[in-house]
Structures are given as structure tokens and as C-alpha cells.
Design a binder for this molecule. Structure first.
Ligand SMILES: *[C@@H]1O[C@H](CO)[C@@H](O)[C@H](O)[C@H]1NC(C)=O
Ligand SMILES: *[C@@H]1O[C@H](CO)[C@@H](O)[C@H](O)[C@H]1NC(C)=O
Ligand SMILES: *[C@@H]1O[C@H](CO)[C@@H](O)[C@H](O)[C@H]1NC(C)=O
Ligand SMILES: *[C@@H]1O[C@H](CO)[C@@H](O)[C@H](O)[C@H]1NC(C)=O
Length: 156
């Protein structure tokens, strides 16, 4: 009995001690810093952007999209059947303003792989644009970034 009481008191104490630890890390869960999400759709056109036919423009599936910062590949994503890609960055390692100024999206998968009339060499490059924050619940904030506009780069 005495042991059970001791065990109960120990568990309650542990729970009380554990609570402030979780609350002491707001930076991990949101607060001022949040996740950084880079997403967009790649189209199967000469410059990778939506064409004159708007959403009827064919997309570019299975393309490898690289996030390059200061010339280094820091993350990659492959476009799905809808041409969509998404990259999430850990806010502890990246600062929004630096990502916007130092990073680009680069596609090395040749355009010929989605349309045989398009070039077999060269790639696509786009700077980044911040379009606003989304709040998910009370603790998590997501900074949304999209490609500002791809352009064709003949050789790289
Ligand atoms: C979005 O959130 C970031 C921090 O994650 C903050 O620096 C920035 O000012 C916010 N921007 C807007 C427009 O709310
Ligand atoms: C737009 O759609 C029409 C009808 O499907 C097609 O003939 C035309 O080539 C398309 N234009 C572009 C730029 O894709
Ligand atoms: C591609 O990904 C987007 C976003 O996750 C999703 O909405 C869409 O349904 C996906 N398309 C395919 C064909 O999987
Ligand atoms: C392939 O690309 C050519 C040149 O841009 C374009 O005229 C043609 O409509 C495209 N074909 C398809 C199926 O999108």
C-alpha cells in the first residue's frame, strides 16, 4: 500500500515536472517561428509556367525540383501526377528572409520528358515569392512560398 502511494505520488510529480518543459519550447511548435512551405505546379511548357490556356495547360509530372540555396541543393521534391511539388523546411535551420533572397527552384529534368517537341537539354529556374502565412491551430504557423515564375535556362 505504501509502495502504491509512493508510486502514485511519483507519477503525479513526474507529470507536473514534465509540463513546464513542454511549454518552455514555443519556438519548436510555432509562436514567432513557423514552418516554411514551398509549393507550386510545374507545367509542361517551354518555360514551365501556365500557358495561354490557363488551368487546361498540361502539367509536368515526375520532374525533380531542387531547392538550391547559395548554389547548394538543400531539398528536393518530385512533381506528382498533377505537376505539384511541395518542400517543407525546418524553421530552426532556415530564416524566411534568407530563403527568399538566397534560394531558387531548379529543375534539371529535361522538358522533352513531358513533351517530345520541347528541348532535350537545359532546365528551368525560378526565384521565390512569399505569399503570406497560414495559421494551423493555435501553435503552428506556416510561411507559404511559391515559385515567382520559371524561365528556361539553355545550359547549366
Ligand atoms: C509571417 O511569419 C514570419 C515568421 O514566421 C514573420 O517574420 C512575417 O513577418 C510574417 N509575415 C506576414 C505578412 O504575416
Ligand atoms: C489551347 O487549347 C486549344 C484547344 O485545345 C489548342 O488548340 C491550343 O494549341 C492550346 N494553346 C496552347 C498555347 O496550349
Ligand atoms: C498532387 O499533390 C497535390 C497536393 O498534395 C494533391 O492535391 C493532388 O491530388 C496530387 N495529384 C495526384 C495526381 O496525385
Ligand atoms: C508540345 O509542345 C509544343 C511546343 O511548345 C506545343 O505546340 C504542343 O501543343 C505541345 N503538346 C502537348 C500535347 O502539350
Amino acid at each position: 500500500m505504501a509502495f502504491k502511494t509512493f508510486l502514485f505520488v511519483s507519477l503525479v510529480s513526474a507529470a507536473i515536472l514534465a509540463a513546464p518543459v513542454a511549454e518552455a519550447q514555443p519556438g519548436l511548435l510555432g509562436g514567432l517561428q513557423g514552418l516554411i512551405r514551398i509549393q507550386g505546379t510545374l507545367f509542361c511548357t517551354a518555360d514551365g509556367n501556365m500557358g495561354a490556356n490557363g488551368t487546361a495547360t498540361p502539367v509536368f509530372p515526375n520532374a525533380l525540383v531542387q531547392l538550391q540555396c547559395g548554389g547548394n541543393v538543400v531539398s528536393t521534391s518530385t512533381t506528382n501526377g498533377s505537376g505539384m511539388f511541395s518542400i517543407l523546411l525546418d524553421p530552426l535551420n532556415y530564416i524566411l528572409s534568407s530563403v527568399l533572397s538566397d534560394c531558387n527552384l531548379k529543375v534539371d529534368t529535361p522538358l522533352i520528358s513531358c513533351n517530345s517537341s520541347l528541348p532535350a537539354v537545359g532546365g528551368l529556374l525560378s526565384p521565390l515569392r512569399f505569399i503570406g502565412n497560414t495559421t494551423l491551430g493555435a501553435l503552428l504557423s506556416v510561411a507559404n512560398i511559391i515559385p515567382a515564375g520559371f524561365r528556361f535556362v539553355p545550359s547549366h
